[in-house]
Write a protein that binds this ligand. Structure first.
Ligand SMILES: Nc1ncnc2c1ncn2[C@@H]1O[C@H](COP(=O)(O)OP(=O)(O)O)[C@@H](O)[C@H]1O
Ligand SMILES: Cc1ncc(C[n+]2csc(CCOP(=O)(O)OP(=O)(O)O)c2C)c(N)n1
Ligand SMILES: [Mg+2]
Length: 344
């Protein structure tokens, strides 16, 4: 007999591996709401993201890997805010009860939940097209969250890890003819799968950026798109010389093409002429983009080194609006391309 809604929740989502206790969680699953105890000196950070089948992941994705990816991409938003993950909720829409899928999916979630000591404290389970929504809850010292709005002209721009690997993984999953080598070696396939399903979310680095980073976010749509969010959010209010009060002074950024960090797999599998654009617009990176005053360069690189996170200086925030790329020959060109956008 098929499981009922409540049997399914009890078996796969209320298990100890997901619904474990931790401080700050005063009440977990089972009531109409969960209760979080927020210490006086800290603020609660909330972030929610949905992953829909065939939009965010292939319909036939391995359920264990998908469980990992769903939680990791949400924890990446907490990392970008500089927060410590505390707990998450899960709203799951399933076309049918597939116990094999549920077993694997819940094990994938539990692997990440355990790794980050971040229990599942509630959710909702419904019938419908496969869709997974996770709300991640984190804590940050009051006033210390890393916002998109703090970048200033002269700040350095850094990114963690390498860009574009998950986009290449999608090329592989979708059989894109631009992929340079096919079939791929086991090692290359494993690398791509890891980039797409198990991104190295930068929670520890994010938590240590208070007082160092002026602004930051995680790269989900592609650096070209996400950096523009920082530029927009950080546009300062300047006194206007006209009659209309204040206007927002836009900021710009210059990225050095040569500095964009690319993995070995990426450079071997992507044609040279496609590399820069794919790395900047492919998306699904879940790396951090961090802005910081040059005075913090040593501290920031030292911290990354200590945490064994690769961190690359890729450009600067500038006064003049627009996103420019400085090419090998020293010439700067305006980048007009954006990253991933739903509905476009
Ligand atoms: N339907 C919505 N209602 C209210 N706020 C939204 C909605 N969709 C997105 N946002 C807000 O818009 C901002 C940008 O969203 P998004 O690009 O999804 O951010 P992220 O890449 O961090 O997930 C976020 O602050 C998010 O909370
Ligand atoms: C099957 C499949 N096709 C295409 C993509 C590429 N893709 C889909 S959504 C997205 C951007 C990130 O998703 P979004 O919902 O915008 O996340 P957010 O920015 O809110 O974190 C990308 C790169 C994918 N991940 N999976
Ligand atoms: Mg979002």
């Amino acid at each position: 007999m098929a499981l009922t809604e409540f049997e399914l929740i009890a078996r796969y989502f209320a298990a100890q591996s997901l619904a474990f206790k931790r401080s700050c969680v005063a009440l977990g699953q089972g009531d109409d709401g969960a209760l979080l105890q927020v210490p006086d000196s800290r603020q609660l950070v909330l972030s929610v993201d949905t992953l829909n089948a065939s939009i965010h992941f292939p319909e036939k994705a391995d359920a264990f890997l998908l469980g990992q990816r769903c939680l990791l991409v949400n924890l990446s938003d907490l990392a970008a805010m500089g927060a410590e993950p505390v707990a998450f909720t899960l709203a799951l829409s399933l076309p049918e009860v597939d116990t094999d899928w549920l077993e694997k999916f819940s094990r994938g979630l539990a692997a990440v939940a355990g790794q980050f000591n971040c229990p599942l404290i509630g959710g909702d389970t419904t019938r419908g097209p496969l869709s997974i929504t996770i709300q991640a809850h984190g804590l940050v010292e009051t006033g210390q969250a890393i916002l998109r709005s703090g970048a200033r002209p002269g700040d350095d721009i850094y990114v963690t890890g390498t860009l574009g690997d998950a986009a290449v993984a999608l090329w592989q999953l979708q059989g894109d003819s631009r992929l340079q080598s096919s079939p791929l070696s086991e090692a290359d396939l494993a690398c791509l799968q890891r980039a797409f399903y198990q991104p190295d979310v930068r929670v520890e680095l994010g938590r240590r950026l208070a007082g160092i980073a002026s602004a930051g976010l995680d790269i989900s749509d592609g650096l070209a798109s996400d950096l523009r969010h920082i530029l927009k959010a950080s546009a300062g209010a300047a006194p206007s010389n006209g009659t209309d009060g204040e206007h927002r002074t836009e900021l710009g950024a210059v990225l050095n093409a040569d500095a964009i960090p690319l993995s070995d797999v990426f450079t071997r599998l992507v044609p040279a002429e496609d590399q820069l654009l794919l790395a900047l617009t492919g998306g699904d990176d879940y790396e951090l983009c961090i802005c910081a005053s040059p005075q913090h360069k040593r501290a920031l690189l030292g911290l990354a080194n200590q945490l064994e996170v690769s961190l690359t200086l890729v450009g600067q925030i500038v006064q003049s609006p627009g996103l420019k790329i400085r090419l090998k020959d020293g010439q700067s060109v305006e980048l007009t391309e954006h990253g991933y956008q739903h509905f476009s």
